[in-house]
Write a protein of this length. Sequence first.
Length: 439
Amino acid sequence: MRRRLLRALGRAALVLLALGALLSGVVWWLNVRGEEPLDAAAAVRATPAVPAAEQVARGAYLARAGNCMGCHTVPGGAAYAGGRGVPTPFGTVYAPNLTPDVATGIGTWSAAEFWRALHNGRARDGRLLYPAFPYPNYTRITRADADAIHAYLRSLPAVVRANTPNTLAWPFDQQAALAVWRALYFRPAQTVPEPNRSAEWNRGAYLVEGLGHCNACHASRNALGATPGPLDLAGGLIPVQNWYAPSLTSPAEAGVAGWDTQAIVDLLKTGVASPGGTPVAVAGPMGEVVGGSTQYLSEPDLRAMAAYLKALVPTVPARSQPVAARSTAAVDGPGAKLYEQQCAQCHGEHGEGVPGIYAALAGNRAVMLRTPANLVHLVLEGGFAPATEGNPRPFGMPPMATVLSDDDVAQLLTYIRGSWGNDAAPVSALEVRRYRGAR
């Protein structure tokens, strides 16, 4: 009996070992599919010592379009020298040094190795890269554009700055765990023009889906931090920061299908626009995108992005919670008094705002988003559009974190979200407390 039990256990162990080996093989194959063999010597020979000026200039433009400096530069630090932390639910990933320093930057990287990092998410030494670096989107960048960005980075002054180690919790700091994630959620891709779409739309798709990596923010994420796919733009809460990037497909959120093209271009170029005569301004993370990236794009590229965004299929997201009937206290209580004291001077007694200066709150879809996260941030931290060439001195609002308590903010926002025809769910002090500490 004992021998039979031992034999059964032995067979089970062999089966488990075989299954483990099979799964390991599958994970390995899924992580190397789409990769071309990399001959280091040939790759170095194929990289010109001095790239052409035209290629460098194009690379500088493309790096702006991808907002590479936004992550790879510490505020106040040397451009592209790395060190800025990207917070995730699993720990912090620190952007590496992209200057051509040989010891601490990418001075020894060939164009082929740089292309592999963008297209396959793999470092020069073969390590798998964390998707805080948005290679699930950058995989769509063309080889020519990758080479141009590499040429531009090689033209920068070399900065000696050692890379900051990531601070990820176990097991997320293990390459094996990352390999499993990639096997589940990442597949190398390429941009294939849609034959039934215009050249302008296809250019917009390339910028929005790939280089601009818009869905890195404008998509929901599952428990493992993966989005439904690179084409999902249905909105989502940005992890850790807890700003809500609204749906670009919903007319109730940030969909622009009903906007005229010039209004979309204005918003991406200057940070402000007036679609249908209603002033709109960007703030928070989108303010950083406009300030550091889209304001520098060419008119044709901005119009291409507008064409793509206008063509997105409209969706109507379900409310996160039903809107209950509001009591007289909610409409005429402490929230109304707080609004009169803190907000009415700029935004108007009836939430009408001041055209071109202060946003109207009545009928403002940003006020009625399913989550009040952005409103909480704006009230506590202040609201400021980016300074751009087209809007060099934007108006803003001061922070009130030291003036208003969590209960005050909840009552104020509940009043705003339920007045002048607005019909959004009330805000609780618990929600305010949740977002107050998020950065």
